[in-house]
Design a protein around this ligand. Structure first.
Ligand SMILES: [Zn+2]
Length: 326
């Protein structure tokens, strides 16, 4: 495992240099010392690491001033295939809490980073390890699966944050873990969770109202990444440009997609920044469809820095396009 040993070497080198910056602990001294004046203890913010920016956005809302949050994946990166960097090991080594999507979303890149980071606080089963998929009703759990062919949804569809009601479950899960790791801030986390849920309920009512006229509308996506959105807002994902999750489109498969779009009347194709827009445009030309620039990560599209802003953007873009294609 060449990659792993490289990461381990880098991590050890970096931890060694970081330790030089840490002031040494006071040593036991036999000489009489003056006792320092008592200062009220100010809890240091929790170092929270989220694998993806959507989870980081929720963690910030719940943690408020009591947390510092970093995301490992960039907003424009495919969460299945993140470039593992030595700096990620340092970040994970210093973390008090790790939030991951779970359901094997990060299986291709997170395990070797965690092995190198050697941080007990975020080990599996520790209070500092949060699995967003816990308590989520997974869609598309496969009965058969072939990882060797590039199939990447082994435990069901891991793109569940695109359903705002799933985010409510995740936010509660995060608040519960934060309170265990930092009990002194438990009341703050509880209050922030209530505020978050109130905003979400209010936005959700508006999104549902906006999407109501498009019940049953057919959509096409590149990957199976908007399935939970389809279910929540009564849309139908009739085809994906990929033959299967993680498997690149073949001309034969695209011909089938075009046929399905013509027979079902699907007139919008959703693409994310890291997906092949050219393929979508080719299909769109032959089906009189619109290609919609979409994202699942806050920050991937200008003006969508929080989860709420991102969902506003998604609902507005979809509703406008579906209205135009009616
Ligand atoms: Zn996927």
């Amino acid at each position: 495992m060449k990659t792993l040993s490289f990461l381990q070497r880098s991590s050890m080198a970096m931890m060694a240099s970081w330790s030089l910056l840490v002031p040494s602990a006071p040593r036991a001294n036999t000489a009489p010392v003056h006792t320092a004046p008592a200062v009220p203890a100010i809890a240091a913010p929790l170092h929270v690491v989220a694998t993806t920016p959507d989870l980081a956005s929720i963690a910030m809302e719940i943690g408020g001033a009591a947390v510092e949050v970093k995301a490992l994946a960039k907003a424009t990166e495919d969460a299945h295939f993140v470039d593992a960097k030595p700096s990620h090991i340092v970040t994970l080594n210093r973390a008090d809490v790790l939030i991951e999507g779970g359901a094997e979303l990060e299986i291709g890149w997170l395990p070797p980073l965690l092995e190198s980071a050697r941080n007990e606080k975020i080990a599996t089963g520790a209070p500092g390890r949060i699995l967003a998929s816990q308590g989520i009703r997974m869609l598309e759990v496969p009965t058969s699966f072939d990882r060797s062919k590039g199939d990447v949804h082994a435990m069901g569809n891991p793109h569940f944050l695109i359903d705002p009601l799933n985010v409510k479950i995740i936010a509660a899960n995060i608040a519960e873990h934060f309170a265990k790791v930092a009990p002194a801030s438990a009341e703050l986390f509880k209050a922030n969770l209530q505020k978050f849920n109130a905003t979400l309920d209010q936005r959700m009512a508006a999104w549902q109202k906006q999407m109501a006229p498009f019940k049953g509308a057919k959509i096409v996506t590149f990957h199976r990444d908007f399935v939970y959105l389809s279910e929540r807002f009564n849309l139908v994902t009739v085809e994906t440009l990929e033959a299967k999750p993680g498997i690149a489109p073949s001309p034969a498969h695209l011909a089938q997609v075009i046929g399905t779009m013509k027979s079902t009347g699907a007139r919008v194709i959703l693409v994310q920044p890291f997906q092949n827009r050219k393929t979508a445009e080719t299909v769109a030309r032959q089906t009189d469809a619109a290609v919609l620039d979409m994202a699942q990560q806050p920050g991937a599209i200008k003006g969508t820095d929080t989860y709420f802003q991102l969902m506003d953007y998604i609902v507005n873009t979809l509703a406008t396009a579906l209205q135009g294609k009616k």
